[in-house]
Design a binder for this molecule. Structure first.
Ligand code: NAP
Length: 263
């Protein structure tokens, strides 16, 4: 599906695999110019070269969200090497925090996750908004988790930090609406990516049960009785990025097959 993102430039973080990669592919198919960001330069280069492009070449930034200020510094370097380049659409996304209960997690795990998720999102937003404000148009879309609505068992640090990102985002939506910049969150449910496969394998290892049994149990909690495909998350992100979503601001959209047990 073409979401008509021609003449737009999007920074998509965590875009070499899973949900982020599907977003980059969907955006590129809709005529958008991409700036990709992740840690693995080979994957970034290959993807930037292989995505369809209308006119200008796709770009990439090598950065690790675990290293404070690296995403910000690397993005600033790219923008100073490319005078006139501005970002219309920012998609904040990176690998999730490690699993485990909240009450046994050490303080540093919270600090690291807060830095990787909230602080990086904030610093990237601050680099992007002058161009959006000047154009009176912008989109900030955060890939978070359904734990923003209902905390998920065994994800103590993640639940905590995801909640902070949700409230940061809602606050920004209130502040930036004055410049016609919308800020929204997409909350994926169980999505068939490398991350989900790793989670299922880990659970199998820990419990001695088969991966098939664990997958089946997870699917049985989802009214649609299947995992999402990354492209199904990307479609919602592309909709929010498009002119079709002009009046949608400050919301959380769960894309979870109906799993989350509240409205
Ligand atoms: N899949 C699910 O079921 C699901 C459900 C709910 C929420 N989520 C959340 O959605 C987000 C994306 O999940 P996913 O399943 O698409 O993950 P994924 O398949 O593991 O992909 C993660 C992407 O982020 C990049 N990345 C990981 N750590 C990074 C770091 N420290 N710095 C920069 N880039 C990094 C990876 O590339 P490099 O390795 O090259 O850096 C990759 O491009 C995560 O926050 C996850 O918790 C996923």
């Amino acid at each position: 599906m073409n979401w008509l993102l021609e003449n737009k430039t999007a920074l998509v973080c965590g875009s070499t695999a899973g949900i982020g990669k599907a977003i980059a592919e969907t955006f590129a198919a809709s005529g958008c110019r991409l700036i990709l960001m992740a840690r693995n330069e080979d994957k970034l280069k290959r993807l930037a070269d292989s995505l369809p492009q209308k006119g200008l070449k796709h770009l990439y930034v090598v950065a690790d969200f675990q290293i404070p200020q690296q995403p910000k510094n690397q993005l600033e370097a790219l923008l100073s090497d490319n005078p006139g380049l501005g970002i219309d659409i920012l998609v904040n996304n990176t690998g999730g925090p490690a699993p485990g209960p909240a009450h046994t997690s050490n303080s540093q795990a919270f600090i690291d996750a807060f830095s990787a998720h909230l602080i990086n999102n904030h610093e990237l937003m601050q680099i992007c908004i002058p161009h959006m404000q000047a154009n009176q148009w912008g989109r900030i879309i955060n890939i978070i988790s359904t734990s923003v609505k209902i905390p998920l068992p065994g994800l103590g640090v993640s639940n905590t930090v995801r909640g902070a990102v949700g409230n940061w985002s809602k606050t920004l939506a209130n502040e930036l609406g004055a410049w016609n910049i919308t800020v929204n969150n997409v909350l994926p449910g169980a999505t068939a990516t490398e991350r989900l496969e790793a989670i299922i394998n880990k659970k199998a290892e820990k419990t001695g049960r088969s991966t098939a049994e664990i997958s089946e149990e997870m699917r049985s909690e989802i009214p649609l009785n299947r995992f999402a495909q990354p492209q199904e998350i990307a479609a919602a992100v592309a909709f929010l990025a498009s002119e079709n979503a002009n009046y949608i601001n400050g919301i959380n959209i769960p894309i979870d097959g109906g799993r989350t047990g509240n409205l």
